[in-house]
Design a protein around this ligand. Structure first.
Ligand SMILES: [Zn+2]
Length: 325
């Protein structure tokens, strides 16, 4: 029931947008419905077209809409799904690793969901790739060198369990953390970006197969800086790429900007808002409504924000657990 209600919530805003175009008697469209909504696995099936939001090319496309619901991911009793972006392995000494995040959260029986880039890909590395005569091939060469370290980091996370339950998932945040907002189809930047997205999906398939044979994984993607492409042609193309890969874009409802302020207090506030079903940003504070709160943090700032997050985890079910803790 929980899953069905989540699916209903997912569909509602999409259907509402379609309804706005009803009187225009549109000609032939991509079939807009997600026909097998009862089975969320189908939403992540490679090659399954989800159609457009409506018949207007200027409107967003289904796969790259940044959803704030995770199909099949139940809302935890501490109020929010905890997601951590960027590199799994710290690039700067003193920053945290994904394994540290997962190990600390395991003590509190909490799940950690990572959106990963490939390690050691600095701006300078990307710059060199883009200057080379065949950037796509050069990107693959560089990524191949990083693969063993990335695979080891992913596999270490995928095997962590709390009893019978796996505690971590790893998803796609592009290989090079490029800002996709102004990317144009046909550009070298876009080509390299797609090479990196595909490379991560291949690595994740391999890692899941090795650690959890037969496991049907979800396939989420988070845009670097939460910036989806602005241009319609890029959006259309990327929607097709995502359809091929079975990817769905995920946004966030609780963003404490931890990587800018390193503040455990704001991290706590973001989760406290989630426990009241509200969204959060440091400027707007708690506001609006978060149906299934998705908290956005960054792996590397974990050691600094951790006290705030652990404090929020200790405040489970505030309305019903009085006196029980
Ligand atoms: Zn990021």
């Amino acid at each position: 029931m929980k899953l069905l209600s989540l699916l209903g919530l997912l569909m509602a805003p999409l259907c509402a947008q379609e309804a706005g175009n009803a009187e225009a008697a549109p000609p032939e469209l991509n079939p807009p419905a997600i026909p097998a909504a009862e089975d969320p696995d189908l939403l992540f099936e490679k090659g399954r077209s989800l159609g457009r939001v409506g018949d207007d090319d200027r409107k967003p496309f289904r796969r790259i809409i940044q959803r704030t619901l995770m199909l099949g991911e139940p809302r935890p009793e501490y109020g929010a799904i905890l997601t951590f972006d960027d590199q799994l392995i710290p690039a700067i000494q003193g920053d945290s690793s994904a394994l540290q995040v997962a190990t600390d959260l395991k003590i509190h029986h909490a799940r950690a969901i990572f959106f990963a880039n490939i390690p050691d890909n600095s701006e300078e590395v990307l710059h060199q790739i883009l200057k080379s005569p065949s950037p796509g091939q050069e990107a693959l060469k560089v990524l191949g060198k990083r693969k063993p370290a990335f695979m080891a980091a992913v596999r270490a996370l995928l095997k962590i369990k709390d009893g019978d339950r796996y505690l971590c998932e790893v998803f796609n945040h592009t290989a090079f953390h490029q800002d996709m907002k102004l990317m144009k189809t046909g550009s070298d930047r876009y080509k390299v970006c797609l090479v990196g997205i595909r490379f991560i999906e291949e690595c994740l398939d391999e890692a899941y197969q090795a650690e959890r044979p037969g496991f049907r994984r979800a396939r989420y993607f988070r845009f670097p800086f939460l910036h989806s492409p602005k241009y319609a042609a890029t959006r259309k193309d990327l929607n097709e790429v995502f359809t091929g890969l079975g990817l769905l874009a995920l946004g966030a409802t609780q963003d404490s900007k931890d990587v800018l302020n390193f503040s455990p207090d704001l991290a706590f506030d973001s989760l406290a808002a989630a426990q009241k079903n509200q969204k959060y940003t440091p400027t707007l504070k708690a506001h609006g409504e978060a149906e299934e709160p998705i908290a956005l943090f960054h792996t590397r700032s974990w050691s600094r924000i951790k006290p705030g997050i652990l404090k929020a985890l200790a405040k489970k079910k505030p309305a019903t657990s009085l006196g029980a803790e």
